[in-house]
Design a protein. Structure first.
Length: 171
């Protein structure tokens, strides 16, 4: 058993998959819906955005069913923080590496800047498939058999709406 399949991390990965599937379904149902995002933990996940509780509950229920039926691609979302972190890390490392290499070869500042920008741009282009793969293999787990919704709570502060979806494992 790998570390990613251990109890705590397995739960977070499963909840992250359900979060993504839920957001995907909500966005498909409500064009123009402005969700700020979501965040998963070992208890469940939070959805931040102006969504009605009954609509969220229906989307979570459908997300669970569809993931349990094998629609694993619902667990992958293009705007996931995994993709953002991957892009930032790859672009930063590429720019740093290009700058260090240019400096070693004693190029001037304009050449170092050009090398850094070109390297960072290539890294950004390559980061998308890397981020999606990291989601599939590391940060989400579409195997959500046995999970169910325990509760959904809504909190609102002015126009900011936060729902916490608590999930239960087992019967």
């Amino acid at each position: 058993m790998s570390l990613l399949d251990s109890g705590f991390l397995r739960r977070v990965r499963q909840h992250h998959a359900i979060e993504h599937a839920t957001i995907t379904l909500l966005m498909a149902r409500q064009r123009g819906l402005s969700l700020v995002g979501g965040r998963s933990d070992h208890r469940g996940f939070a959805i931040v955005g102006a969504v009605e509780t009954d609509q969220l509950a229906a989307a979570v229920a459908e997300a669970l069913i569809r993931l349990q039926r094998g629609e694993a691609e619902l667990a992958i979302h293009p705007n996931c923080g995994t993709n953002l972190v991957t892009t930032g890390a790859m672009a930063g490392l590429a720019a740093w590496g290009a700058t260090a290499l240019s400096r070693r070869r004693q190029h001037g500042l304009p050449d170092r800047m050009a090398a850094a920008m070109l390297s960072a741009t290539v890294a950004v282009l390559l980061s998308r498939p890397v981020g999606l793969r990291l989601q599939r293999e590391v940060t989400t787990l579409a195997d959500v058999a046995g999970l169910r919704v325990a509760s959904i709570t809504r909190r609102q502060w002015r126009s900011l709406v936060i729902h916490m979806v608590t999930l239960s494992h087992g019967p």
